[in-house]
Write a protein that binds this ligand. Structure first.
Ligand code: CP
Length: 455
């Protein structure tokens, strides 16, 4: 989205929203060219330096970015873990990227355990920033690799039927992938391990912005996919009023499933839950005639979710997803560094219909994992997106996407507050409005309420 195009014109990739659909397709065409001969492009980014700042472990993302940059003829400086950097002494992401982005490096790739940390990096760095995974929030370059693989396999992205399976709550690859699939009008079935359903804020956004019906199918139906009983192949909903997360309910037919995207349990973000009967894809399951053209996908690393004897099945594309990370990331970096141009329009911001609140110091994000409540608590002002014409006002955290209802509105000039539907609110200029979750919060912030206003 346009939040990641700053006044200098630099482009960042913090969310998959930061690329338009046509830009994504244009990147695929460049990736295809790079893929033809990975060794033929050492002139493209000669002289450029990429820094990788990885505060969580990684094999594929960091090494494929570094390989991609080296293949483009650039150089790489790398921090592979927090302990080897001054993060371990308490240095902030903001200060780190101010130092690293510029004299040290021309582009920065970050991975961080807190939701929204990549957006902080993008805000403070003078050079393009790429999100290599921020907490449970997003992993947009994995999504580019996933979409690219699916596009190469299926020849198109529009209207594909994709089942997302496993830990949908904490898997950042799932969240970015779902937003992208919805944009391409894919039909999405969610098959979460119980207790690890897609977060409500993701489902809300899919419904609001893409018109996707929200529902949860049972993970038990994964084995049903392979049964000979056609009835069992129809995904059942875990609640009677729900069907499945499909853009078109008329297409709820697993005979049409193009891909099963399996994810591991993201144990590093769990609270020690024991996961019994976590779903697993077996060779036996893939014998089903109705899965004859289904691609088995996984962002990797795999733990136990796909049997090893499935690897040599031609429908298994997970190692291809990882390999495609190099040409895909070559294309992305060449673009962000200005070495190639994309013949495509920039994304129209989904926030363009929304206003940006003035900094709202009183409201804090409710997500404990948000960078705003993590290292950013020291220095980040509240940054919320306000959706117009909603009653009561709804604020979305610019860092992690979580939402807060703010039924109390004050004027920063008069320091008075009112219920959001009070006629006086309309007289407060948008830029002078302050939003609060409660009257008490407004009072604590030094605002005075009108007699009887206890919104
Ligand atoms: N898919 C992915 O992000 O893998 P790594 O954690 O190894 O980078």
């Amino acid at each position: 989205m346009s939040a990641c195009m700053d006044s200098s014109g630099k482009r960042d990739l913090v969310s998959i929203d930061d690329l338009s659909s046509n830009e994504i397709m244009a990147l695929f065409r460049h990736a295809d060219e790079f893929r033809e001969d990975l060794r033929a492009w050492s002139h493209v980014c000669r002289g450029s330096i990429m820094a990788t700042l990885f505060m969580e472990p990684s094999t594929r993302t960091r090494l494929s970015f570094e390989s991609a940059m080296l293949r483009l003829g650039g150089g790489v400086i790398s921090a592979a873990d927090a302990q080897s950097t001054s993060f371990s002494k308490g240095e902030s992401m903001a200060d780190t990227v101010r130092v690293v982005g510029g004299a040290y490096a021309d582009i920065v790739v970050v991975r961080h355990p807190q939701d929204g940390a990549a957006r902080v990096a993008a805000q403070y760095a003078a050079v393009p920033v790429v999100n290599g995974g921020d907490g449970a929030h997003e992993h947009p370059t994995q999504t580019l690799c996933d979409l690219y693989t699916l596009w190469r396999e299926k020849g198109e992205l529009e209207g594909l039927d994709v089942a997302l399976c496993g830990d949908l709550r904490y898997s950042r690859t799932i969240h970015s992938f779902a937003y992208a699939l919805a944009r391409f009008r894919a039909n999405i079935i969610t098959m979460p391990y119980p207790g690890f359903e897609m977060p409500q804020y993701v489902l809300d956004r899919l419904a609001r912005e893409f018109g996707v019906s929200t529902a949860v199918a049972s993970v038990g139906d994964l084995s049903g996919l392979a049964s000979g009983d056609r009835g069992a192949a129809y995904l059942t909903a875990s609640k009677p009023h729900q069907l499945a997360l499909f853009t078109s309910l008329s297409k709820v037919d697993v005979d049409q499933i193009d891909a099963i995207y399996m994810t591991r349990a993201q144990r590093e973000r769990h609270a020690g839950e024991s996961l019994i009967d976590y779903p697993r894809i077996s060779r036996e399951m893939l014998k089903s005639e109705r899965l004859r053209d289904t691609r088995v996908m996984h962002p990797l690393p795999r733990v136990d979710e796909i049997d090893y004897d499935v690897d040599d099945d031609p429908r298994s594309v997970y190692f291809g997803q990882a390999a495609n990370g190099v040409p895909m990331r070559m294309a992305l970096m060449a673009f962000l560094l200005g070495a190639i141009e994309l013949d495509a329009e920039r994304p129209t911001s989904f926030a363009s219909d929304a206003g940006w609140c003035p900094p709202v110091q009183s409201v804090r994000c409710r997500n404990d994992r948000c960078v705003m409540n993590g290292e950013g608590a020291r220095y980040l002002p509240g940054d919320f997106r306000l959706f117009r014409d909603e009653s009561p006002p709804r604020l979305t955290c610019a860092f992690c996407g979580r939402e807060v209802l703010a039924p109390v509105v004050g004027s920063v000039q008069t320091r008075r507050f009112h219920g959001h539907d009070h006629p006086l609110v309309r007289r407060i200029k948008v830029e002078n409005r302050a939003y609060f979750e409660s009257a008490e919060q407004a009072r604590v912030a030094g605002f005075r309420g009108d007699e009887g206003v206890e919104a």
